[in-house]
Design a binder for this molecule. Structure first.
Ligand SMILES: O=C(CO)[C@H](O)[C@H](O)COP(=O)(O)O
Length: 237
């Protein structure tokens, strides 16, 4: 059972939540892409839904599959967002932004009545922080913001390096919104709420990848006896 099989199993369970006429937030990343691919098949078979993508990559994929799309300005209230995550804990707190789409992902998730995470069960952790926390920042005054983020991280009881995310050509990665990403390599985040609040207080921080109190449920797929076993954290109702 491979990673793509598990991602597809979680995505297939999420597809059961989709009803005709729904306005859907479409996440970003390989697991969200598995969901969009399955959704595209259903749309091809006649399902009518409206999607709001969380990145240009998801927009391109959904368009290629014939999924009807809108912007969040055209459709500011959504029924359901399905998205992946980099980590999820028992309280449905998430780290997101490994794919650099955290800003649009958080805006879209918060505009949705429900957000459901789909992921390989390996993303389910006892404590957040092994995955580097993405922090989206304005390019203006990067050095000052970088220092202030380091101080905020320390004030929230965390330690570790904060690094500017680069591209393979060595230049900084630029998000769909024209910002940079600082990745905080913390190992563990003892108090995610305190860290989120501390990061929010830093001028230049546009958004951080802690999704706290946003997800309603997580669909997690693990391999068991050669099959994908799906478990649910929270409620899908
Ligand atoms: O937050 C994200 C993108 O910004 C993704 O949802 C997250 O990185 C998980 O991606 P994948 O499903 O490829 O593991």
């Amino acid at each position: 059972m491979s990673g793509p099989d598990l991602r597809r199993a979680a995505a297939a369970r999420a597809l059961d939540l989709v009803e005709p006429g729904m306005r859907l937030g479409l996440g970003t990343g390989s697991t969200a892409a598995a969901f969009v691919a399955l959704l595209g098949e259903r749309v091809g078979a006649g399902l009518d839904i409206l999607g709001v993508p969380t990145s240009e990559a998801t927009r391109a994929q959904a368009e290629s599959l014939g999924i009807r799309l809108a912007t969040l300005d055209e459709q500011p209230e959504l029924d359901l967002t399905i998205d992946g995550a980099d980590e999820v804990d028992d309280q449905l707190r998430l780290i997101k932004g490994g794919g650099a789409a955290l800003l649009r992902e958080k805006i879209v998730a918060c505009a949705s009545r429900r957000m459901v995470v789909i992921a390989d069960a390996a993303k389910h952790v006892a404590r957040l922080g092994a995955f580097p926390l993405p922090i989206e920042v304005n390019p203006f005054g990067l050095k000052a913001t970088h220092r202030a983020v380091e101080a905020a991280v320390a004030a929230a009881g965390c330690s570790g390096a904060v690094r500017l995310r680069g591209r393979p050509d060595g230049k900084p990665l630029v998000t769909d919104g024209g910002h940079y990403i600082l990745d905080a390599h913390l190992g563990a985040i003892p108090d995610p709420e305190a860290l989120g609040a501390a990061l929010w207080a830093v001028p230049g921080v546009v958004e951080h990848g802690l999704f706290l109190g946003i997800a309603d449920a997580a669909i997690l797929a693990a391999a068991r006896d050669g099959q994908a076993e799906v478990t649910v954290l929270g409620s899908l109702a």
